[in-house]
Write a protein that binds this ligand. Structure first.
Ligand code: MIC
Ligand code: SF4
Length: 667
């Protein structure tokens, strides 16, 4: 039987297990990335592993998230990461060089390779034909230390692309369409592969927009084949030597095929507060817009900004006015290369003339680092997440759209289908060619030090190494400290924005766990911990979706959370829970979720025994309701050992260097 692209790359990197969907496998990781918001904790974890230099082909840290620097904390973190990188053999992309995924695609991604990144949008690299996976920092650090990465061998959705995008419709509309089909739930354990005649009509940056936002589906990764278009892109980056062809075999199979005819797509929008609340732009047209933000790792490439700039210029020339006067249009370019390229073509000026606010080449508004909109705002954005509260303004609603729709809304001041720019306003759709040669300038990427012993790693007062937690007790005795609903994201669990500066300081950051849901949680949980009461979180469907931030497990661990009981838990977060010794449990009957309430007194007897014997079953005794609720767990042998020992930090401390098979667990 022929192989698809996912199977080919996995086969070439397999170090443990068999390629049978649903089974745990381990793969070799060629490249890794950290960014500065997850990287400091991950770097401390790497240091704790005691490995002198990274053992990957290429490892890099990007400083792109925490660039506002109000106070010393972020700058302290940057200095820590710069000195850490120099010492341990890691490249460092300085702030101002660009957003991790955009820069990685331009300069370092390679078809056929594996990339593991401590950021959930790492799959952007799939646009260039690599298997790029987001994971918790600890997993990435382990890969840097030369260990394989463990994952569930995926099933593969084959998305069969036919036709060609119409004018004013772009890659963002493709992935919004797929989100409307598959939703953000229920795709754990899957990867997406795009195939069919429509593939060649999409440029690499467009493919990357699609694989980037595959993260919102909850799949492990998304990948395009590597073809002549990939080759042309790499050539324009003066990296033709990195190209290899990688196509599915003609008789390749997929576990489920989804048809998308590009010619039939129309402009789409994800309305608040979930990326799968997708409607057509027409459905909501005319709504007053208060803010437009263009950028983020999803839509900040040369192509995207060129479209926006050229449309804005045509409007200014025709109507002698710029963006609507009652709103701000913020543009955050993806990288220094993008800005220099559009500037060299005189196009940056089109944007400035139309009246944008130019942001730094960084995550910026996407992670709530500035540009919080006004109360109750309708904020139209080209990024990938519209989670509640993420913009920094709880009452605002974020509408996720393509750059075409964003610029149309900015010019008219109301939600506008970009096709109307042509039919009603006489603006032509600009055709953008990818340049034959991009401006290459890697001066802001620092190579590691040649003499590591000469580098002293800087740790300021904001850098507080994480403390391991205690081993899993015989039984859990405590309470449901919080009960939350469906689709709780890691942004709900651990807010970013203004709180990002505490990423390196767990005791401080832990004060904000569930801040936007219930600001009393942290205090209550800590009090329980001090009194020996185990904290249990009860969640609904798709608990922990979104960001890879391991702090959403690490900080609850610090507060004494021992288990999460949910209807379903997303992949990256589930991995992080295990890594930090928190037991992921499921309701055997999802309807039992309704029977439990916050503050119920709970016991889960014989947890250690069940984990050691791998029974897959436990019972939650609810003393407040006087009922027994059956639970299930589904952990590999390796994962059971990690949970029993109280998390990977303990494993590293006590058994550093041993393989999991050799580790013996006390009853
Ligand atoms: C995000 O988009 O939420 C982030 C910020 O990039 C995160 C990582 C983080 O929380 O630092 C992600 O997607 O993993
Ligand atoms: Fe940065 Fe936003 Fe991309 Fe996350 S999704 S990496 S915050 S630009």
């Amino acid at each position: 039987m022929g192989l698809n692209v996912v199977q080919k790359i996995l086969r070439d990197h397999l170090v443990e297990g068999d390629l049978v969907p649903g089974k745990e496998i381990a793969i070799r990781i060629d490249q890794t990335l950290y960014q500065d918001a997850t990287g400091t904790m991950a770097a401390m974890e790497f240091e704790a592993m005691g490995v002198p230099r990274v053992r990957t082909e290429f490892s890099v840290i990007y400083i792109d998230h925490k660039t506002i620097q109000m106070g010393f904390e972020d700058a302290d973190d940057h200095t820590y990461l710069r000195t850490f990188a120099a010492k341990y053999g890691v490249y460092l992309s300085k702030p101002g060089n660009g957003i991790c995924h955009q820069v990685h695609l331009e300069r370092y991604g390679k078809p056929g390779k594996t990339l593991l990144g401590s950021d959930s949008h790492t799959p952007t690299g799939g646009g260039i034909g690599m298997i790029a996976i987001g994971a918790g920092g600890l997993d990435v650090s382990a890969a840097m230390a030369g260990l394989p990465f463990y994952l569930t061998c995926p099933k593969v959705y084959g998305v069969h692309l036919t036709g060609k995008l119409s004018k004013w419709v772009s890659a963002k509309d493709v992935i919004l369409k797929l989100l409307s089909i598959l939703s953000t739930k229920g795709n754990v354990g899957w990867m997406v592969e795009y195939f069919g005649p429509g593939v060649k009509t999409l440029t690499v940056p467009e493919r990357a927009t699609i694989t980037n936002m595959g993260a919102e589906l909850g799949v492990t990764s998304s990948v395009f084949p590597s073809d002549d278009t990939t080759k042309a892109f790499l050539k324009a980056q003066r990296r033709e030597q990195d190209w290899v062809e990688l196509l599915p075999d003609p008789d390749a199979q997929y576990d489920r095929v989804i048809e998308i005819n590009l010619s039939e797509l129309e402009p789409l929008v994800a309305v608040p507060h979930s990326p799968d609340n997708v409607v057509t732009v027409r459905d909501i047209q005319g709504k007053m817009v208060d803010q437009v933000c263009i950028g983020s790792c999803t839509n900040s490439s040369y192509r995207d900004l060129m479209v926006v700039a050229k449309v804005a210029k045509a409007w200014v020339d025709k109507y002698d006015k710029g963006f609507a006067t009652h709103l701000d249009v913020v543009v955050g370019p993806g990288s220094k290369q993008v800005v220099r390229q559009i500037d060299s073509e005189g196009v940056l000026d089109y944007l400035l003339e139309a009246g944008i606010r130019l942001e730094e080449n960084a995550c910026g508004f996407c992670i709530g680092m500035g540009q919080a909109p006004k109360n109750d705002a309708v904020s139209v954005r080209t990024n990938n997440r519209n989670f509640y509260g993420r913009s920094g303004t709880l009452s605002a609603g974020i509408y996720l759209v393509s750059p075409e729709t964003a610029v149309a809304c900015g010019l008219t001041g109301v939600i506008t289908d970009p096709r109307d720019l042509e039919t009603q306003y006489g603006i032509e759709y600009p055709q953008i060619q990818i340049p034959e040669g991009f401006i290459i300038d890697d001066k802001m990427v620092l190579p590691p030090a040649e003499d590591p012993s000469a580098v002293e790693v800087y740790k300021g007062p904001n850098i507080v190494p994480p403390e391991p937690s205690e081993a899993m007790p015989l039984s859990l005795n405590g309470e449901v400290t919080i009960k939350v609903g469906d689709k709780i994201t890691t942004d709900h669990i651990m807010p970013a924005g203004q709180r990002l500066k505490y990423r390196s300081n767990v005791p401080k950051y832990a004060e904000f766990v569930f801040e936007s849901v219930d600001s009393t949680f942290s205090g209550r949980a800590l009090k329980n911990k001090e009194q020996g009461v185990h904290n249990i979180i009860v969640g609904g469907e798709s608990y922990g979706q979104g960001s890879s931030r391991e702090h959403a497990a690490l900080c609850p661990m610090y507060l004494g959370v021992k288990a999460v009981v949910a209807k379903s838990i997303e992949r990256i977060h589930r991995g992080n829970l295990v890594n930090f010794g928190i037991l992921p449990l499921y309701f055997a009957d999802p309807d039992d979720y309704d029977k439990v309430d916050q503050n119920d007194k709970i016991t889960i007897p014989n947890v250690r025994k069940a984990l050691i014997e791998d029974t897959g079953e436990l019972v939650m005794k609810d003393y407040t309701k006087n009922i027994d609720i059956p639970l299930t767990f589904n952990l590999s042998e390796r994962e059971r050992k990690i949970v029993l020992l109280g998390g990977m930090l303990n494993v590293a401390k006590e058994f550093g260097g041993k393989s999991f098979k050799e580790i013996e667990i006390k009853k």
